[in-house]
Design a protein around this ligand. Structure first.
Ligand SMILES: Cc1cc2nc3c(=O)[nH]c(=O)nc-3n(C[C@H](O)[C@H](O)[C@H](O)COP(=O)(O)O)c2cc1C
Length: 203
């Protein structure tokens, strides 16, 4: 059973969450999780002006996802930072190249799930995940979120991401905050939950 984790990360936060999602998925017997990134669409000059060029060079060792890879997965978990309350353009461009898969119904019946990050606590995590779901539904995917059995999403003793829609992390205005233990646990839980449901469907 193949679980594909497809993400974009400009400053490394979603990259960290993706590793945790993979760890959770791989903890399920029979699951094989693969992490890959969508292609960058910004020039080096723009990345440099955004303070992202160095981290992008480090992340470039992560394999780039091909559109066709989606068709061979049993479940796909997408990770995207919030951009104005929506998914990032790099992810949108990747998804907009999946029309051929849509025409063949290649993703129908596969499990789809989304995790995200934003600078601020109320900066659009839920809108990013929910609006991402539109694309998954058009592709005929079965959406899985982060159930309340992950109790860490109910914490109020510390600022934390995580909602029934999916795992998330709050990075701070300067991106200075890396995912907390609770947020990484949410990501692991989501990976495991998706893999468990996918295993049942594959049976
Ligand atoms: C163009 C742009 C738009 C953004 N829009 C939002 C936003 O609407 N709300 C928010 O809280 N953060 C916003 N951010 C901050 C990003 O969500 C943040 O940098 C990202 O979650 C960090 O994840 P990464 O390190 O994986 O890229 C924006 C950042 C950029 C560059």
């Amino acid at each position: 059973m193949k679980v594909l984790i497809v993400y974009y990360s400009m400053y490394g936060h979603i990259h960290s969450m993706a590793q945790a999602v993979a760890e959770g998925a791989n903890s399920v017997s029979g699951a094989e999780a693969t992490v890959c990134r969508v292609p960058e669409t910004l020039s080096d000059d723009i990345l440099k002006s955004m303070g992202a060029l160095e981290i992008q060079k480090k992340l470039s060792s992560v394999p780039v996802c091909e559109v066709g890879d989606l068709a061979t997965a049993d479940a796909i978990i997408f990770g995207t930072p919030t951009r104005f309350g929506n998914m990032c353009g790099q992810m949108r461009q990747f998804l907009d190249a999946t029309g051929g898969l849509w025409a063949k119904g290649a993703l129908i019946g596969k499990v789809g799930s989304v995790f995200t990050s934003s600078a601020t606590q109320h900066g659009g995590q839920e809108s990013t995940i929910l609006s991402f779901h539109y694309t998954l539904l058009h592709q005929g995917m079965i959406i899985v979120g982060l159930p309340y059995s992950f109790e860490g999403q109910m914490r109020i003793d510390e600022i934390t991401g995580g909602s029934p829609y999916g795992a998330s992390t709050i990075v701070g205005a300067e991106g200075q905050r890396m995912p907390s233990e609770n947020e990484l646990n949410a990501a692991k839980y989501q990976g495991r939950h998706v893999a468990e449901i996918t295993a049942k469907l594959c049976r």
